[in-house]
Design a protein around this ligand. Structure first.
Ligand SMILES: NC(=O)c1ccc[n+]([C@@H]2O[C@H](COP(=O)([O-])OP(=O)(O)OC[C@H]3O[C@@H](n4cnc5c(N)ncnc54)[C@H](O)[C@@H]3O)[C@@H](O)[C@H]2O)c1
Length: 379
């Protein structure tokens, strides 16, 4: 792979300019063009970065053989078509979260990237942040004991969207963090919600994720709250972690608190839980902009051919959860199973070298059948 990667960003609305700024700041990357349908966004970008090529037509980007990679920061309904055209044009492709509007669309993009031998990465920004990396390290090390459950709240006033509900807008962050820390995807989802401003578009949702190993997580998302809240709690058998992303410095606090069940007791009167109240400490976190780490990781993966931490498969897992949540909303909060959650988990674990080989491709028969249907391995 060439040393300098020429990249273009499609979508210069609210979020695209953050990608543009970061791709300009990482070494060995040349941001050659930006694309947006709106002329005012293009002239704004040209004012900020003189000399940058601008275009309102994405085809000028995907058909340009000097461009090696494309980052897509447009609304979710356009991710499939723009992603498909970028991959067909031979570009390594970065797509903002959520990866696409359905798991079928994600599978198409994953299949296309595999076929073309191109890097496909999804913008699960928080897994590139220092606090989330630290939480993962603490949980994996066993410092908090067995992870019992996770709660997450992402609340603020607006911005109301018309085409996607609040779960599709905000929850990809929480779900991607939960999947990253827990190490696998839920097997079923329940979700309830309420529409207040736009008919058919829930502005408040409460999601429960059930994991086949007994794990549990809840995600509350809202566009109708007076305060901006970004809080997650990871409850372990030995300790508990509070992650508040709004805190300027002490974003993670580890509480030495737990409840112990006495090993034996003779009468019901003797039975009492033992509540342990210990110290709290806030580990030092080296503050680095997660987006910069994410952009650098995309370029590194293009150069080395390694699969990104947030590849198409992780993008698919998050969309599977959102899809199941939408189905549950339609069914009044009923439990909705996620098809192939175990198969995708297995493929991810296998890729990370954690799974013992079973057959020629390392998959058991049901996993192989599911993987073929997912388009992840050849028939
Ligand atoms: N990773 C994060 O933390 C984060 C934060 C915010 C938004 N996002 C994601 O970024 C994406 C964009 O969100 P946004 O809030 O910036 O949306 P936005 O509506 O503010 O901006 C989207 C821009 O894309 C342009 N556009 C749409 N279709 C196009 C096309 N076919 N060709 C060229 N330009 C096109 C629009 O003109 C608009 O300027 C979404 O997927 C969103 O979920 C990610």
């Amino acid at each position: 792979m060439q040393k300098i990667i020429n990249i273009a960003v499609i979508g210069c609305g609210y979020w695209g300019p953050n990608l543009i700024r970061n791709f300009r700041s990482v070494p060995n990357c040349n941001l050659v063009a930006v694309c947006d349908m709106k002329a005012e966004r293009l002239s704004h970008m040209q004012n900020l970065y003189s000399g940058i090529k601008i275009t309102a037509d994405y085809r000028e980007v995907v058909e340009n053989s000097d461009i090696h990679a494309v980052a897509i920061a447009t609304p979710v309904f356009s991710h499939l078509e723009l992603g498909r055209q970028a991959l067909l044009g031979g570009k390594h492709t970065f797509i903002e979260k959520p990866m696409a509007s359905s798991s079928a669309q994600c599978r198409e993009l994953i299949g296309l990237a595999e076929k073309k031998g191109l890097t496909l990465m999804v913008g699960h920004t928080f897994i590139y942040s220092t606090p989330v990396r630290k939480i993962k390290e603490i949980v994996d090390y066993g410092d908090i004991g067995e992870l019992l459950y996770v709660t997450s709240q992402r609340l603020n006033l607006g911005l109301f969207q018309k085409d996607i509900n609040v779960a599709w807008d905000l929850a990809p962050h929480d779900v991607s963090i939960i999947l990253f820390v827990m190490g696998h995807a839920p097997s079923s989802v329940n979700c309830q919600g309420k529409e207040h401003m736009h008919s058919g578009v829930e502005g408040v949702t409460n999601m429960s994720l059930n994991f086949s190993n007994g794990g549990f997580a809840t995600v509350q998302s809202s566009w109708l709250d007076p305060n901006k809240v970004r809080r997650m709690t990871f409850v372990g058998t030995k300790r508990m972690i509070l992650y508040d992303d709004n805190e300027p410095l002490e974003k993670i606090k580890i509480y030495d608190k737990r409840v112990e069940v006495p090993p034996h007791y003779d009468t019901f009167a003797e039975f009492q839980f033992a509540y342990h109240y210990g110290d709290m400490y806030a580990p030092y976190l080296n503050q680095v902009e997660p987006l910069k780490v994410q952009c650098q990781h995309f370029l590194d993966c293009i150069k080395t051919g390694e699969k990104p931490l947030s590849s198409g498969l992780e993008g698919l897992q998050v969309v599977q959860v959102l899809e199941a949540a939408s189905e549950s909303l339609r069914r009044g909060g009923a439990k909705v199973d996620i098809d192939y959650a175990a198969a995708v988990d297995h493929l991810l674990a296998k890729r990370k070298g954690k799974v013992r080989r079973v057959g020629e491709d390392g998959l058991s028969t049901p996993e192989r059948v599911a993987s073929i249907e997912l388009g992840l391995i050849a028939r």
